[in-house]
Design a protein around this ligand. Structure first.
Ligand SMILES: CC(C)(COP(=O)(O)OP(=O)(O)OC[C@H]1O[C@@H](n2cnc3c(N)ncnc32)[C@H](O)[C@@H]1OP(=O)(O)O)[C@@H](O)C(=O)NCCC(=O)NCCS
Length: 387
């Protein structure tokens, strides 16, 4: 007996007005806007406003939104003191999940209306980078760096991490990375956030659950695996042999292939050009190795299986973050810096849906394949419980 709908693949579970993927055409839209346009013409702050409020802000609305973010970026000193008690080798995703949940203990408990939820969303979006950067400094025995009110969201994170303001080109590259990771429909962490919110649990609770989902290697961890692969390959000249050996042994090449996109992932297109640009500046080999991974995997796939395969978002983000000197174990937390905006938008949509989109408490059905026990002992029944 096989369970239908394992993992809810292809099952429609809720309406949304937030984002959409066209896997055949390789298009991703946020609130109706193509992400390629947003990467060219918007900023992470403006895109966050769009994802949350379903409209592009006026100049005044954006200024007000920015001011709220600036005010909310500081985290309580007590929180940083608590971090200092953690094991220095603790996984940053565990730390992030714990301290996001802890926000409910530091800030007011008003979650009952939509307006209050927007405030919680801004608090969350503003504080996630500060939590991650604080942890990075504390675990390395360095003094924490306070956020700078004159810097953008992207620049602030890099500043709080490294204690030095990034140059404008690096800031722009990181800003675009954040825009690209802002939302991606019902991926595992977003669905987790919505599922928790469907019980009417609050914003911090739903977001911390989403961080737990993102921490798994089948979801947020893939770009770290890509970087490990690049480090193992080591130089362009060794790439072809490395990929052919892995693929002949049936291994999957990290950063290649996607469950929804059947063509080039539009985010990978942008990240590829950013990685190329950064490598020209840093003279690192990682872009060239990645590009070779792409071409060899595509040709091997054709040869071995007569199938097409394309890079996904993780292929070129790995080298990018590495060239930005971000430690490998912070790749997934950085994903959270951007995706928390999508989670917040989905949590608000799930909790405060009016006439449309329609939502309901999630309660799927399980197929019981365990035993039935009585005085005569236990037995397994072969009833088809789905009928
Ligand atoms: C993401 C992923 C699970 C999508 O899988 P999918 O669309 O369900 O595609 P399938 O697993 O059905 O793969 C179709 C075929 O291509 C092969 N294939 C898919 N991705 C591959 C990869 N990265 N490397 C080598 N072969 C791959 C599969 O083995 C399969 O071959 P088969 O038909 O002989 O069984 C898969 O591409 C993958 O594991 N990629 C690597 C991990 C990764 O980068 N994850 C991040 C995703 S954003």
């Amino acid at each position: 007996m096989e369970t239908k709908n394992i993992g809810l693949r292809g099952i429609e579970v809720a309406d949304t007005k937030i984002s959409n993927i066209d896997g055949e055409k390789g298009k991703l839209i946020y609130r109706g806007f193509d992400i390629l346009d947003l990467t060219k013409n918007s900023t992470f702050e403006e895109t966050s406003y769009l994802l949350l409020y379903d409209k592009l802000p006026t100049k005044q609305q954006l200024d007000e939104f920015n001011t709220k973010l600036i005010d909310a970026r500081f985290i309580p000193k007590q929180m940083q003191k608590n971090m200092a008690n953690w094991r220095k080798d603790a996984d940053p995703m565990d730390m992030l999940q714990a301290f996001v949940a802890a926000l409910a203990g530091y800030y007011d408990e008003e979650f009952s209306n939509k307006e209050a939820s927007y405030d919680k969303a801004i608090n969350l979006i503003a504080k996630v980078p500060t939590i991650i950067a604080s942890w990075h400094r504390i675990r390395n025995g360095l003094a924490t760096v306070d956020p700078d009110p004159t810097l953008s969201h992207a620049a602030n994170f890099l500043y709080m991490m490294f204690g030095k303001k990034p140059d404008p080109e690096v800031e722009k590259i990181f800003d675009v990375c954040l825009i690209l990771h802002g939302d991606h429909t019902f991926n595992a962490s977003t669905f987790t956030a919505r599922q928790v919110a469907s019980t009417r649990a609050h914003m911090y609770s739903a977001a911390s659950a989403a961080i737990g989902a993102l921490s798994g290697e089948l979801h947020g961890g893939a770009n770290t695996e890509v970087m490990k692969m690049l480090l193992d390959i080591g130089e362009v000249g060794k790439t072809e042999q490395w990929i052919k050996k892995e693929m002949s042994a049936g291994a999957k090449i990290m950063g290649m292939g996607h469950a929804v996109y059947k063509t080039y992932d539009p985010r990978a297109q942008v990240l590829k050009e950013l990685s190329r640009k950064l490598a020209e500046k840093t003279k690192d080999p990682w872009f060239d190795i990645t590009e070779k991974v792409e071409t060899v995997t595509i040709s091997e796939m054709k040869l071995q299986k007569n199938k097409e395969i394309y890079p996904n978002v993780d292929l070129y983000s790995a080298s990018l973050y590495y060239m930005l000197k971000i430690p490998l174990d912070l790749n997934t937390p950085i994903f959270a810096i951007a995706r928390v905006v999508g989670w917040a938008a989905h949590i608000i949509e799930e909790k405060f849906a009016e006439a449309a989109p329609k939502t309901a408490l999630y309660r799927p059905k399980a197929v019981y394949v365990g035993k039935y026990c009585g005085p005569q002992g236990c037995e397994y029944q072969t009833l088809n419980l789905r009928k």
